[in-house]
Design a protein around this ligand. Structure first.
Ligand code: HEM
Length: 527
């Protein structure tokens, strides 16, 4: 074989000379080592065995959800205020403080249900996850393009995902399974009205909004907390596709959204989003007809305006899809000083799930990989060893002291710069109860009424076409829910399925369903 000479890799491995991972030159990459030209092969053939066995391990488990995605890099630039007020009044998080301050970001957009090579035209929520590499360590804001979610308690997440994923026998996504689950889950109506509208198929990743969905907290220098919701608005505008648009795109491209993002960045047409927050005082808000910790609800913008706090620009593509897009790991537990969790029951469940799955999917040292490292902060831990340890972050002078406290050397606890007690005092009995004020229909109805007529038509068409494939009992229960959401929606979907309101009048509320006065009036109308 040709050896181009040079310095690296020992005797034969020059600058362009192929070597194996041990640095041994590869003189023949075409033929295994055999006894005579026709074999048999020898087992001591290290070069061949290394090549094949590494290839055998090229795949890692794909993400259990959000398997298909696209990653890009850029920066977040702070406005230094929230609306017209100084932002320090609400949060001490450093990345937001000075106007013009830039923080490096990595952003991964994704679809949820399909596998790693599935179509990007699916009717499916889109993931919108941002890693901010701040000087105080990383902050991950792991959101979606739709403002609400299907369920409000993390214990239901595996069920909703099983219903949405392919059938375990036929391996086909099946509306009968999806709507079977949803028909028994009234809290999903708000999400369904969004997902089956044109917003359920964004035109691409550059033309969609992002939402934190769950409720978080901000903490100021004095330890005062507020509840916040995050929104990303694309400067490019919002564009969506109908089923027909999506079918036409899918006929020639399964990865149009990844391609669109990559090519826009390559040609210097950098996509940009503005970050806005809604703020609420940190209490239960009994005056509202919903719970601020319920992720199936939006906060009305006339009462809680969305206030701009900064903008984000994406200006660089990945240099290796696997190392960066496949191995990046986001999680809702990854917060910096000045940001905090709320007691949103989805958020706390998510916070366990992400790092748990990443230790399995990528490995216990996934945070040592370049794309996951807190590259703009100092990292000094006493974590040691485990598979694929890449470096050891020794603390003091002595590499012997990998524990704390020590009289001799090693790391010391950081000083608290700020009070460690914050937020309201909470007390209660241990219990398993749904939150009060579930109010599952009203916001779904408001959303329907806010849609333009063509969006309502599209929504009704999409519901009818999916429900046509479902068991009659599921169709009837869904029409019952839609009549509770808004008369017009229930009547129109019912008409498409040949179901009159009186056909569903015999249906009782679901076990444990928490109906409001307005819901009961709607129910009475059915009879
Ligand atoms: C990815 C769990 C709800 C947004 C994931 C992954 C898991 C997961 C296990 C795969 C992570 C990985 O392999 O790296 C959960 C659980 C939830 C939940 C248990 C509810 C209890 C949500 C909600 C949103 C969301 C409400 C939107 C606000 C995302 C996004 C990703 C993701 C964007 C992809 C992150 C990436 O691009 O790598 N989720 N999730 N998830 N989840 Fe969730």
């Amino acid at each position: 074989m040709t050896d181009t000479g040079g310095t690296g890799g020992g005797t034969g491995g020059g600058r362009y000379g192929l070597t194996n991972r041990q640095g041994h030159p590869v003189y023949d990459n075409q033929n295994q080592r055999t006894v005579g030209a026709r074999g048999p092969a020898t087992l001591e053939n290290y070069q061949f065995l290394e090549k094949i066995s590494h290839f055998d391990r090229e795949r890692i488990p794909e993400r259990v959800v959000h398997a298909r995605g696209a990653l890009a890099y850029g920066y977040f630039e702070a406005y230094g205020k929230v609306g017209d007020e100084p932002i320090e009044r609400y949060t001490r998080a450093k990345l937001f403080q000075q106007e013009g301050k830039r923080t490096d970001v990595a952003v991964r957009f994704s679809t949820v249900i399909g596998g790693r090579d599935s179509a990007e035209t699916a009717r499916d929520p889109r993931g919108f996850a941002i890693k901010f590499y701040t000087e105080d360590g990383n902050w991950d804001l792991v959101g979606n393009n739709l403002a609400v979610f299907f369920v409000r308690d993390a214990i239901k997440f595996p069920d909703v995902i099983h219903a949405l994923k392919p059938d375990p026998v036929t391996f086909r996504q099946d509306p009968n399974r999806i709507f079977d689950f949803m028909s028994m889950t009234p809290e999903s109506m708000h999400m369904l009205v969004n997902l089956f509208s044109p917003r359920g198929i964004p035109a691409d990743y550059r033309h969609m909004q992002g939402f934190g969905v769950n409720t978080y907290k901000w903490v100021n220098q004095q330890g005062d907390t507020v509840l916040v919701k995050y929104h990303w608005m694309p400067k490019q505008g919002v564009r969506s596709m109908t089923e027909e648009d999506a079918a036409a795109v899918q006929a020639h491209d399964l990865g149009h959204a990844t391609k669109d993002l990559y090519e826009a960045i390559e040609r210097g047409d950098f996509p940009e989003w503005e970050l806005l927050v809604q703020i609420m005082s940190d209490d239960e808000h009994p005056e509202l007809d919903f719970d601020p910790l319920d992720d199936t609800k939006v906060w009305p913008e006339n009462e809680f305006p969305a206030l701009p706090v900064g903008r984000m620009v994406l200006n660089r593509n990945v240099s290796n899809f696997f190392a960066e897009n496949e191995q990046i790991a986001f999680g809702t537990g990854v917060l910096v000083d000045g940001l905090d969790f709320s007691d949103d029951k989805m958020l706390v469940g998510r916070t366990f799930s992400y790092s748990d799955t990443q230790r399995y999917r990528v490995g216990p040292n996934y945070l040592q990989l370049p794309v996951n490292q807190a590259k703009n902060a100092d990292i000094r831990t006493n974590q040691r060893d485990g598979q694929m340890t890449y470096f050891v972050d020794t603390g003091g002078e002595s590499p012997h002291i990998n524990y704390e406290p020590s009289l001799l050397d090693g790391l010391r606890e950081s000083d608290y710069a700020t009070p460690d007690e914050q937020g309201p005092v909470i007390s209660g009995r241990l219990t398993r109860k749904r939150i009060p004020r579930t109010n599952d229909y009203v916001q779904a109805g408001q959303r329907y009424l806010l849609m333009e007529p063509w969006e309502q038509d599209d929504l009704v068409r999409n519901f009818v076409s999916a429900l046509t494939q479902c068991d009659r009992r599921i169709q009837e229960r869904m029409v019952w829910h839609f009549l509770m959401v808004e008369d017009d929606l229930g009547l129109r979907v019912g008409e498409g399925l040949g179901i009159e309101p009186q056909d569903v009048a015999h249906l009782e509320p679901l076990p444990g369903q928490d109906l409001t006065e307005e819901d009961r009036n709607r129910l009475a109308k059915l009879g």
